[in-house]
Design a protein. Structure first.
Ligand code: ARG
Length: 486
């Protein structure tokens, strides 16, 4: 179908199926139609096609948005061919001109960017919603004692709010990357034609503004054949899924009977078909493994665009669905995790026990240094010996006094002082540095993050308003009022 040019024989049916992108073009169907509406306007503006026919073609293309053509006929190579054929049925003169100055190479490069921009805005919003769930939990639990680990060994008393906030901070940083990828994608390749531009005098700036892009791309070879922006997007998505994966892993580990620090919500757990005592944290298990799927997609995209001679190669076509698959995975994972977070419960007794002496023993060393000027290394060695005695169950008045003498700790420190210094609630209250797990500071940091989140909301609202304004105009749903920020 649609073959002529140099080729005389019909394309082999299986070869057509094998090379077609139709089965994953649905994602860009609307964007491709919009690109074609914009192109018709460009041809009209250049005085190449008459306004009445241009208007007729636009109307038909707008109809197609409401009643999209089927993408099931395997004889078409891709969505671009389907749209051209559809339009040709109704407005043959314009259908026949649709490829004047426009290649599928610049059309697809434009359509992918357009759709990606929409999906990044959705993703940005889903991340915000998830972040809000984390921050709300952090605020609820800002003072709830919870142990933190290094090397998976008990390291220090902290609070559950502190841990939840740490994930929110990671997410907020990842959001900066989402915005960067949005900015990278926010340029219009339309008018680049197949590879080197075109002699058809198309107003590329006009095309960009019609399609809601903030600028035009600067090199036709680059903009038709580079998929770096997809690799960027996939690596940004991988980082988000990586964060979700660490959180999920923590939920799995800390809700196990061995740790028992967290009660994993029943509505997100499954039982075993044979062992009735089981409560498996299945949602978190699936969520933590999604990072591997994402990495697979990122790796594929990397390798598909590596070792290519510049200029469009059909290899590039195969990269696009990786992007949509990754977005699907991340959206469903964010959705379920956002639902799960509010139902998380902390086993407070267990957490207090885990944070009990000697977990906070560094505070004894700090106290000796800060109050009595004992050099920290000496204080650390003394505290280390005390912690050994606690682990062995041998700390009593006699062993305490003996250890003090052994390490020349000649200050009025009693065994009672030592035990008080390690009391988990006191330990967390004593943290003095910004960013520490001191409940008062955690609360303040969470509130600051909420303010940051408001800024993120403003960003996405502004971008969405201007994008929708442009696209609604193209779709024929003309809004009479310009958005404030436009
Ligand atoms: N279907 C292709 C893609 O998704 C666009 C067509 C480019 N084909 C070509 N023969 N130049 O990338």
């Amino acid at each position: 179908m649609h073959r002529r040019g140099r080729i005389e024989r019909e394309f082999d049916v299986d070869a057509a199926k094998y090379t077609s992108s139709l089965h994953f073009d649905k994602e860009i169907l609307e964007s491709v139609i919009l690109v074609n509406i914009a192109h018709v306007k460009l041809l009209e503006k250049a005085g190449i096609i008459p306004s009445d026919l241009a208007e007729k073609a636009e109307k038909h293309l707008q109809e197609m948005l409401k009643k999209p053509p089927s993408l099931d006929d395997p004889r078409y190579e891709d969505v671009h061919m389907v749209i051209e054929a559809e339009l040709t049925k109704h407005v043959p003169q314009i259908g026949a001109s649709l490829a004047l100055g426009k290649s599928r190479n610049d059309a697809v490069a434009t359509a992918i960017r357009l759709r990606l921009k929409e999906r990044l805005l959705n993703l940005h919003e889903s991340c915000i919603t998830f972040c809000e769930a984390l921050l709300r939990k952090a605020l609820e639990e800002f003072g709830t004692i919870f142990p933190v680990y290094t090397h998976l060994q008990r390291a220090a008393p902290a609070t559950f709010g502190f841990v939840m906030h740490s994930y929110a901070v990671r997410l907020l940083k990842a959001l900066q990357h989402v915005k960067l990828v949005y900015e990278l994608s926010d340029e219009s390749p339309l008018g680049s034609a197949a590879v080197a531009g075109t002699s058809v005098p198309l107003d590329r700036e006009y095309a960009a503004s019609l399609l809601g892009f903030s600028r035009v791309s600067q090199n036709a070879l680059e903009s038709t054949a580079s998929r770096d922006f997809i690799v960027e997007a996939l690596s940004c998505l991988s980082v988000i899924v990586l964060i979700l994966s660490s959180l999920s892993e923590e939920l799995v580990v800390f809700s196990s009977e061995e740790f028992g620090l967290i009660v994993f919500p029943e509505e997100f757990s499954a039982t075993s078909s044979i062992m009735p005592q089981k409560r498996n944290p299945v949602v978190a298990e699936i969520a933590r493994t999604k990072v591997a799927e994402l990495l697979g997609l990122l790796t594929s995209a990397f390798m598909m665009s590596a070792r290519q001679v510049s200029g469009y190669n059909l290899d590039l076509q195969q990269i696009t669905p990786k992007l949509w698959q990754a977005l699907e995975i991340i959206e469903e994972t964010l959705h379920i995790m956002t639902k799960l977070i509010p139902s998380l419960r902390v086993n407070e007794n267990r957490c207090m026990a885990t944070c009990s002496p000697p977990t906070g023993i560094v505070e004894v060393a700090n106290y000796l240094s800060l109050k009595y000027g004992v050099p920290f290394r000496n204080a650390h060695i003394f505290a280390g010996k005390i912690s050994k005695l606690i682990y062995e169950g041998n700390l009593n008045e006699t062993s305490f006094q003996r250890t003090k003498a052994e390490f020349n700790i000649e200050v009025p420190l009693t065994l009672e002082d030592v035990m008080n210094l390690m009391e988990p609630k006191r330990v967390v209250r004593s943290y003095a540095t910004i960013g520490s797990a001191n409940p008062t500071l955690v609360k303040r940091a969470v509130e600051d993050s909420m303010i940051n989140l408001e800024e993120e909301k403003r960003w996405v609202r502004n971008k969405r308003t201007s994008l929708e304004f442009a696209l609604n105009r193209l779709k024929g749903r003309i809004s009479t009022q310009k958005p404030n920020n436009y």
